[in-house]
Design a protein around this ligand. Sequence first.
Ligand code: HEC
Ligand code: HEC
Ligand code: HEC
Ligand code: HEC
Ligand code: HEC
Ligand code: HEC
Length: 396
Amino acid sequence: MINNGFVFKKPLRYNVFLKNGLLIFFFFITSFSFGQTAEAEAHFAVCKACHTIGSGKLVGPDLQGVTERRDEAWLIKFIQNSTAVIQSGDPVAVKVFEENNRIPMPPNNLTDDQIRNLLLYIKNGGKLGGAESATEKAAADTVVQTAAETMLVAEKKQKDAQNRYLVFIVLSVVIGISLFDMLISRIIKARWIHTIIILIAVTVIGEIVFIESAALGRQQYYQPEQPIWFSHKVHAGQNEIDCKYCHFTVDESLHAGIPPVNVCMNCHRLVKQGKQTGTKEIEKIYLALEQNKPIEWIKVHNLPDHVYFNHAQHVKVGKVDCRDCHGEVEKMDEIIQVEDLSMGWCIECHRSREIQFASNKFYEQYTRLHEEISSGKASRVTVQMIGGDECQKCHY
Ligand code: HEC
Ligand code: HEC
Ligand code: HEC
Ligand code: HEC
Ligand code: HEC
Ligand code: HEC
């Protein structure tokens, strides 16, 4: 069912937290309902796939003002099980159903109180209150900023590579001309001049070849065109669908996995049109289902076969955020690989990243490290200290 996979996820930035810490503190002591409101916000994540509050109709009606339009008891019944209310012949329910092209709203397993909270949240226009919305805005700004920064770095690296290519070509031509003059045209008589020019050119070209061949097989900034224009910005960003709703093996397996067609159908049975591509792209989902063929997504991130990488180890055990390795996916229409996935990149993080050492039972076997921590000899345990830079951990 659609309602289950959703978990509310919002970009949290610690510097923003610090900046707005006072505001939040003030908010905490003035608002007793904070916990409940946050819960409502989490519940609303499910509704968001089909409803907005004040931004117009999606699959279902805009919910702005719905608490004035209808009475509470009706809303509770309808949200819990709309089909039952419609089938009971309730005139209001039947009318709403007809106005919305007879698309049924899925039932929700929420208690009366949870719905009352949810309605309060809707009544407030989907906000947790003034203080929070300021934080949210600041958080959004930071995210936009860092996304722009990522793009700048990406552009710079691409430019560097282009420059190297240009230098390579120019120097090759210079070597050619020098050789030609030395052996045939002889305009410059002194041969040592040719020799020096050629030596310098060969050295620089050698360096370029070295840099480029080290990066061979790596595909930083790889961004292939996919068979369906699937946008993470629309799904994980605007509609705030949790990454794990689709990449549901990421907690248990080596692989995050790509969702099969029937996961898309959970929503696209109802959502038949996109704002940007109309029916063109979504129809390809139905076609794949009809022909019983999987969609042939192109894999963006690729490690060589001799490397062992485990998602569950990083995401579940290590609590590493997706965006530390994949960048701000929720801002991307098309996925781009932002890191180079080099050995240096893995090791750099393992050297600096602390692990949840004390709280993880798995690490009880590391008695020496525990003694060092309790005697004050070590203040933190990095991945490296538990063997995160041993060759055989990452290589088959
Ligand atoms: C899959 C899409 C979908 C989801 C998810 C969904 N709804 Fe709906 N909702 C609809 C549709 C469609 C209607 C119009 C009534 C109908 O056709 O049954 C509707 C109607 C409503 C109405 C009545 C609006 C009115 O003007 O009377 C309320 C209230 C409502 N939804 C609340 C919620 C809440 C709260 C959630 C989340 C817990 C939610 N909906 C989740 C599709 C959805
Ligand atoms: C520590 C870094 C790291 C973290 C954290 C991480 N990934 Fe990955 N991800 C990778 C690497 C490296 C690959 C390439 C794996 C390969 O080729 O075997 C990859 C591949 C993928 C793929 C392609 C399919 C696959 O499983 O190979 C998906 C989808 C994916 N990641 C999603 C996620 C999601 C969602 C999260 C967060 C829940 C996440 N990743 C967290 C590093 C990471
Ligand atoms: C949890 C619900 C959900 C799931 C699962 C889901 N989508 Fe969507 N999808 C949506 C919503 C909501 C929209 C936005 C419709 C709109 O533009 O208003 C959307 C839009 C789209 C669009 C059109 C985007 C545009 O702006 O034109 C495409 C294409 C699409 N989805 C493909 C997929 C594919 C492929 C899958 C499976 C891998 C999938 N979706 C899974 C909810 C979902
Ligand atoms: C509605 C389903 C859906 C959601 C939600 C979703 N993804 Fe994806 N993801 C896909 C599909 C389908 C692909 C394959 C197409 C593509 O690469 O764009 C994919 C591809 C990826 C890839 C590239 C895998 C590769 O080929 O190397 C990464 C990384 C990724 N997702 C991370 C995330 C992260 C992080 C989130 C949460 C912020 C997330 N995804 C949320 C469906 C989803
Ligand atoms: C953003 C930080 C980060 C990056 C990048 C990263 N890792 Fe890790 N890695 C971790 C953390 C944190 C752990 C510890 C998880 C735990 O608590 O067991 C870990 C653990 C591991 C382990 C288990 C180590 C052990 O001693 O049990 C392996 C193997 C591993 N990573 C492989 C890789 C590979 C291969 C890459 C590069 C493709 C990579 N990691 C990139 C953070 C990272
Ligand atoms: C944290 C994980 C990790 C550890 C530890 C690690 N490697 Fe690697 N290694 C990788 C990754 C990822 C790649 C492939 C990335 C690339 O293209 O550079 C790689 C590539 C290599 C390559 C192939 C180079 C190439 O250009 O393809 C060799 C050889 C290698 N490693 C040797 C070692 C040795 C020896 C050690 C122990 C001293 C070691 N590795 C430890 C992750 C690791």
